[in-house]
Structures are given as structure tokens and as C-alpha cells.
Design a protein around this ligand. Structure first.
Ligand code: ZN
Length: 113
């Protein structure tokens, strides 16, 4: 389950930041998940709660922002919305679309106290 290792990565980053800021507890973690990142938000939430148990981030709320997928179409020479990594161009129907946006997951911000 790759969400588990992602959740561990998120927790590590969050704990490092919280410690650096001298926080006692992590209240909220805001995550950006790209539509093309193949990360399942619900599964990630579940895994995060599991790995955060007993840490500074125990009970922290996980806010997830969807980042729409985008790609560069060679034929159109334009950036187009993309629903899947190897999707077709919605303008010309071509397959030469390179995913350029919404392919990653990242921690946008954390709220501590
Ligand atoms: Zn196109």
C-alpha cells in the first residue's frame, strides 16, 4: 500500500517542521494532492492517522486540496486539462500530452500550537 509510505513521509516532514518551530502539537496538516498523483486521499488519511498515533501529530486534522491535472499537448502547443496521466488531449484528441501539473503530492502548510 503506497499510501502508508507516503503518510510516513508526510509525518516526518511535519514533525521536523513542528520541532523546528518549537511546537507542542500539530493541529492541522494541509496537503495538496494532484489528480494525476495516483494518491488515494481517503487511504492517505487513514494511513496518516495510523502513523501519527502517539506522535506530535496525533489527532491532527488532515485537510486535502485537490490539484487539477494539466498537460502540455505537442500538437496544440498548449496546456490542457488532463484527467489521467496518459490521457488524451481534450482539444485535439491526440496522445502526445505530457503531464505537467497535478502529478505530485506535497505538504502545503501545517498549523501548530
Ligand atoms: Zn491537443
Amino acid at each position: 500500500m503506497h499510501e502508508m509510505s507516503l503518510a510516513e513521509g508526510v509525518l516526518q516532514l511535519v514533525e521536523e517542521t513542528a520541532r523546528r518551530e518549537g511546537a507542542a502539537r500539530v493541529k492541522t496538516v494541509v496537503l495538496e494532492i494532484g489528480q494525476l498523483s495516483s494518491v488515494e486521499p481517503e487511504a492517505l488519511k487513514f494511513c496518516f492517522e495510523a502513523v501519527a498515533h502517539g506522535t506530535m501529530a496525533d489527532g491532527a486534522a488532515l485537510a486535502i486540496l485537490d490539484v487539477p491535472g494539466a498537460g502540455w499537448c505537442m500538437a496544440c502547443s498548449a496546456t490542457v486539462p488532463l484527467q489521467e496521466v496518459f490521457g488524451t488531449c481534450p482539444q485535439c484528441g491526440g496522445y502526445q500530452v505530457q503531464a505537467t501539473g497535478g502529478t505530485e503530492m506535497r505538504v502545503k502548510e501545517i498549523e501548530i500550537e
